[in-house]
Design a protein around this ligand. Structure first.
Ligand SMILES: [Zn+2]
Length: 236
């Protein structure tokens, strides 16, 4: 009987430590998630700027192409002028050239506007690239630290897992099940001390008869209020 209680106490102590480690593990994973989230956020901004710039580049190419065509038209029209025979034709060509020149002016202005936009976006992107590079470096360093911590934690958790299995195997199946169930339902605390007539798990008073019976253990007893398994530290 005493042996069973000792097993339960050992198991509980182990599970409490294990719980702390698992919480730490979650915390580390959470930190990693936050770092990644921040990196993803900036990367998304960079990506969106890149897409926008690509779109502008494309528009600029189309404008440049149109400009080249218009400039070609002007050259061709002007080359035709010396061969013109009638006044009417002459006026028509001059009008064509005039219109083409207006278009060239407009296109040049539009290209200039795209260039300004591109340069503003480029500056914005450079800034974000810089931010991302800085953050990546910091995040890599931090992630490296966290990975080391996690590896160490996982090693300890592995060892604890084996120790836990060994302890559990030594308990009768029914007690093992009770313990596991209580661990889940009672927030990781299944085995508690009874002291001063009370259960230290829920702090409720135990029936005096039950409390006294804990000194002459015959079976593993449960608190009637919280069902946790009770043990008593006997005075030396
Ligand atoms: Zn209790």
């Amino acid at each position: 009987m005493q042996e069973k209680l000792q097993l339960l106490k050992d198991l509980q102590a182990l599970d409490r430590d294990r719980h702390t480690l698992l919480e730490q593990r979650q915390k580390f994973l959470g930190e990693q998630g936050l770092l990644q989230g921040e990196l993803d956020r900036i990367q998304a901004m960079v990506d969106s700027l890149t897409t926008e710039m690509n779109g502008l580049d494309e528009q600029r190419s189309e404008l440049t192409e149109a400009l080249t065509i218009e400039e070609g038209n002007i050259t061709r029209s002007e080359e035709r002028l010396p061969q013109i025979k009638t006044q009417k034709e002459y006026v028509a060509i001059l009008k064509e050239v005039d219109m083409a020149k207006k278009l060239v002016k407009e296109l040049t202005e539009q290209i200039g506007a795209k260039d300004s936009e591109l340069s503003a976006l480029g500056a914005d992107k450079d800034e974000k690239d810089g931010e991302l590079a800085g953050l990546s470096e910091a995040a890599d360093a931090k992630r490296g630290e966290i990975d080391t911590e996690l590896a160490e934690l996982d090693g300890r958790l592995d060892t604890m897992g084996s120790q836990r299995e060994e302890l559990l195997e030594q308990l009768p199946v029914s007690l093992r099940k009770r313990y596991q169930l209580l661990l889940e339902r009672r927030n990781g605390l299944a085995v508690v001390e009874a002291k001063g007539g009370a259960c230290l798990g829920c702090h409720m008073h135990l029936p005096p008869q039950q409390f006294n019976s804990l000194y002459v253990v015959k079976d593993v007893q449960s608190c009637p209020h919280c069902n946790r398994l009770l043990y008593i530290e006997k005075p030396d």
